[in-house]
Design a protein around this ligand. Structure first.
Ligand SMILES: C[S@@+](CC[C@H](N)C(=O)[O-])C[C@H]1O[C@@H](n2cnc3c(N)ncnc32)[C@H](O)[C@@H]1O
Length: 189
């Protein structure tokens, strides 16, 4: 079978450095509010406190959520939510209306102690993007694990994801570099 992501293959070999990428985009777009989907044990949440004044993170798994509630107890910079990411985004984003936000979309089933939606679909990515494009259309979106977008377990392929983005946000940039999909308005320098 031919590789649906062949045109992106050169980029997908460079995995790593994700926290640096997030910090760079925050700085480049002058964004001070970070929203992560998929908290897991809270390592990216913790790391982003140094780069953003407000850090939001959403986790489906009850146990993982409770663990992170303990980890960040009493920390006014960190805001944790439990639930399906796209449902939480639809409630949360209207409360942040008008703010430019940096999204790190990393909610997905990854086996081990991670959690899957009852539907068995591994990724809520399209529902998340739908909520963001509707409710926070001036934001910057980074999606982790570009290499997983191969058309299985609910993942679109990268060309299918690009087609969806271009249809919704025709003037935005869609780039894949180093395992991170980057979606945002064109920066005029
Ligand atoms: C790869 S881990 C996230 C890693 C974390 N962002 C980090 O950098 O340390 C993916 C997480 O997404 C969670 N998850 C899966 N489906 C989800 C959904 N629909 N909504 C929110 N979280 C979800 C999993 O339970 C898991 O904890």
């Amino acid at each position: 079978m031919s590789n649906p992501n062949a045109e992106f293959q050169g980029e997908l070999t460079h995995v790593g450095g994700e926290q640096t990428v997030i910090a760079e985009y925050g700085k480049r777009f002058q964004i001070d509010t970070f929203i992560e989907t998929g908290t897991y044990h809270g390592n990216t949440t913790a790391a982003m406190k140094a780069h953003f004044s407000e850090v939001y993170s959403i986790e489906l798994g009850q146990d993982l959520f409770k663990e992170c509630q303990g980890r960040f107890a009493g920390d006014p910079q960190v805001h944790l939510y439990q639930g399906n990411s796209s449902d939480v985004l639809r409630e949360l984003l209207p409360t942040l209306a008008g703010k430019r936000l940096l999204f790190w979309l990393d909610a997905h089933y990854s086996y081990g102690d991670t959690v899957c939606l009852p539907s068995g679909i591994h990724t809520p990515i399209i529902q998340e993007l739908d909520a963001i494009f509707t409710l926070s259309p001036n934001s910057v979106v980074l999606i982790d694990d570009a290499r997983c977008f191969i058309g299985k377990d609910g993942y679109p392929t990268l060309p299918q994801l690009r087609e969806y983005v271009v249809q919704k946000m025709p003037h935005w940039v869609f780039e894949v570099k180093g395992d991170v999909v980057r979606i945002h308005e064109r920066l005029i320098c």
